[in-house]
Design a protein around this ligand. Structure first.
Ligand SMILES: [Zn+2]
Length: 323
């Protein structure tokens, strides 16, 4: 038994239920949006639309969504709090920094440049313990990224700050990786050096590859793997994604996988009509509508699906020992 922070306040980990471990509500280029607000349009309409989509998930039995939108992706928690008021779904929000390379200038001229612990560690810990931007929401998970550029100085700083904040607070870590260049192994090495228990880490975007040896290596080190981009067929087809999960289930690895979409209600990176054409099934309902039936047709059992959607998320959030 353990407490998990949601936007509406703490819940018991037992109440998480079916949980999508890697989604977004809004992904926004905030500075562009503030100066060119036409595409975003009416704030209230966007909030209502997000609540509608989350309520559809709730109607299908999903109880919790982890919104891994952090600084760098246009996170604004007061807006998420408005969404949370319009849905029964639990929304867990994250702290961390989203960059594949450099850090915002804000972080370059503060600690450790001026001596002492990285200012990011204190920022993350504050968001986990005290709350975010005057709302009652506290961050329930930490997020960092490594992409094709690998462990650049900026990326390494975020990874180590995330690891240190994890060690102070006990909240789990979830990552973005570039699966084809096996970035997850590098993340595990840094986390290990920082004393992180790798079973509290979800190595994200593992579903982008069919390389079972790589995935086995990540799981053997104790981490969960995120099969978390269902619907992004430009990177890997649904069929390949489903086959990979089914093959790992056959090998008895359902206990180390979580399923999600990495979808958003609205993201401004790609014009809305282009996105619908490029990735027509990249939405919150794809797992329920298409993926679960496909997994079952490949021999994945109801019990294994429940393990991936309910039991694993709960275990990831449950803290061992005292923090
Ligand atoms: Zn994501």
């Amino acid at each position: 038994m353990s407490t998990v922070q949601t936007v509406r306040g703490p819940i018991d980990s037992k109440e998480l239920g079916v949980t999508l471990m890697h989604e977004h509500i809004f992904v926004l280029s905030t500075e562009i949006m503030l100066n060119h607000p036409e595409e975003w349009g009416d704030e209230a309409r966007r909030i209502d639309d997000a609540a509608l989509r989350l309520n559809e998930l709730y109607a299908r039995g999903v109880r919790s969504v982890v919104d891994l939108t952090v600084i760098g992706l246009g996170r604004y928690i007061p807006r998420i709090a408005c969404v949370a008021e319009k849905t029964k779904l639990n929304i867990i929000v994250a702290t961390g920094i989203y960059t594949y390379n450099e850090l915002p200038f804000y972080f370059q001229f503060r600690r450790p440049a001026t001596g002492g612990t990285d200012v990011m560690v204190d920022m993350f810990v504050k968001e986990i313990r005290e709350g975010i931007a005057g709302t009652s929401a506290k961050a329930g998970i930490l997020k960092c990224c490594t992409d094709t550029l690998g462990l650049t100085p900026g990326v390494e700083r975020v990874l180590r700050a995330v690891a240190q904040a994890h060690r102070q607070t006990g909240v789990p870590i979830s990552t973005h990786t570039h699966a084809h260049s096996k970035r997850g192994l590098e993340q595990q090495r840094v986390f290990r050096e920082e004393g992180v228990d790798l079973s509290r880490v979800v190595i994200g975007h593992c579903g982008d590859t069919t390389d079972l040896d790589y995935l086995e290596e990540l799981m053997a080190a104790g981490s969960y793997i995120g099969m978390d981009r269902f619907g992004l067929e430009g990177i890997l087809s649904t069929e390949d994604r489903v086959n990979t999960v089914a093959r790992l289930c056959e090998r008895g690895r359902a206990d180390r996988m979580v399923l999600s979409h990495d979808a958003a209600c609205f993201m401004d990176w790609i014009p809305e009509q282009d996105l619908r054409r490029m990735a027509p099934r990249w939405n919150y309902m794809h797992i329920y509508n298409d993926v679960v039936p496909a997994l079952k047709s490949k021999g994945v059992t109801d019990e294994q699906i429940e393990t991936m959607l309910v039991h694993n998320p709960r275990k990831i959030f449950e803290r061992q020992g005292a923090y």
